[in-house]
Design a protein around this ligand. Sequence first.
Ligand code: ADP
Length: 552
Amino acid sequence: MRSFRKKLLYLAGSAFLLLLLLAFFVQKYDKSGTIDYSTYRTLVQSHMIDQARIGEKFIYLHSGPNVFKIPKDAVDLKELYQSVPIKTEANFDWLVDVGMLSILAFLVGYMIYYLRRQQREPIPIRHEIQIAPAQTPEEFKENIQPQTSDVTFKDVAGIDEVKEELEEIIDFLQEPQKYIDFGVRMPRGVLLVGPPGVGKTLIAKAVAGEAGVPFFYQSGSAFVQIYVGMGAKRVRELFQKAKEMAPAIVFIDEIDAVGKARGGMRNDEREATLNQLLTEMDGFKDSTGVVVIGATNKIEVLDEALLRPGRFDRRIFVSLPNKEDRKKILSIYLRRIPHRVDLEQLAQMTVGFSGAALASLVNEAALHALRSGKKRVEREDFERVKDKVLLGKKKLLSYDEKEKRIQSLYQGAKALAAYWYGVNFEKITLVGGSLSKVDREILSKNDYLAKIKALMAGYVAQKMVYDEVFSNSAEDLKRAKVLAEEMVLHLGMGDRLMADMQDVAQILESVQGELKEFFKNHQRVLEAITQHILSQESITKADIKRIVDEIF
Ligand code: ADP
């Protein structure tokens, strides 16, 4: 509303000024025709001139509705005075010039002001959406207050590796001098990467709690949205406050809202905020004692600049909890609730649940028990509310026992084939885990075949073990076919140069044959790997190497 009125004012103002300018122009460069001396004489002698106005260079002769002009030099002024009434207040030419100049200056000034404001406010639309600013700039500064965190690692279940990585940071926050004296450069930024609800915020709070330092929470989207044009300023103030209270932790949730790779849609506001963040982090001295923890679930969209050394160069991946972790998280939330449940069973039925989902599951189940007049919460309560907890969220996977075994075999076969044929991966899990992209420019036929083998492995293994085909192989099979097509139709990697779909089929058939043979010869390894995934819900390359080495 506010901005709409402003815009209207600006438009009306500009229109008014333009009109004025035009009027001045008309007056100065009037269209009065120039006449020569003989015409002038004729006009004067026949008393056709009602009035004359003396300008700077011209004399303007008013004759009825017409105005003529003649250069001043050409006229004998004395004679003119005698024969024609002269308009004395006529000469305002200097005024015209001054007026015009000041209007021009005003217009230019206004343009500069307007453009500069535009730079700060790149999305005028947002003004309109934003009915009223949530806070005034003064309130902002007031509101940058740290929290004291009483969360410790005891409250965060099942993230042992993550905890280990953060121990050092906690130690640094507690005793920065130790590190400074030793000349060690501590990380300024730690990036927690993982899906929503896995406890990233909780972890950051725990770091603050363990180290006993103030915790500044900011969400990335707030920087960009709360008050247009304030993002950068807010970052500056936030860091200023944090430095005053150092050692301290600045936690920026959803950092991708600020640090999205530049390009694409321009958003000057976000860029200005991002640049300020980078400037602040670069300005840290090792003695500053401020550690920035960022959280995101989309590291791939982050601006390169954020990931450079000296910024968020330490990355910690937080994944969905596995079964053991889920047991721990469930037990934390069941601590204060009277219950009679088998944790093992509960953990089993909650594959794919995040920590946050588990917390709300326990709460909902307890409510359900209470409503049914029970003294304790039981498995049945969990089953009743499970779908409700998942409702509205992305449908999470929850396999039953048989499905779990089928899926474990599928993922196990994929992991084994990938390992054996040299397709890189970090970790394959029950619910996902992907093969790494090869980042080489030139790929061989063998590289392509290896990838196809990994993609078809689960399908072949299921056929062998269950003598059945399942729908969980659909995605991978599709990708295998696309790769095979590319090989033979475009890259000349089939038997014939002028290939058709038959050659594609041939590649897929021969891969299938080879995999069958391979799994027949490696049944025990495949079983061990399947078992590993069934119990751990994931497997790493190192795990596979260990299993393979043990069996051979
Ligand atoms: P994120 O920041 O990753 O989205 P949060 O830290 O906000 O997740 O987690 C939301 C809530 O879920 C937490 O406040 C906590 O109650 C619960 N939670 C998530 N992960 C865990 C965990 N590992 N241990 C205990 N509670 C957890």
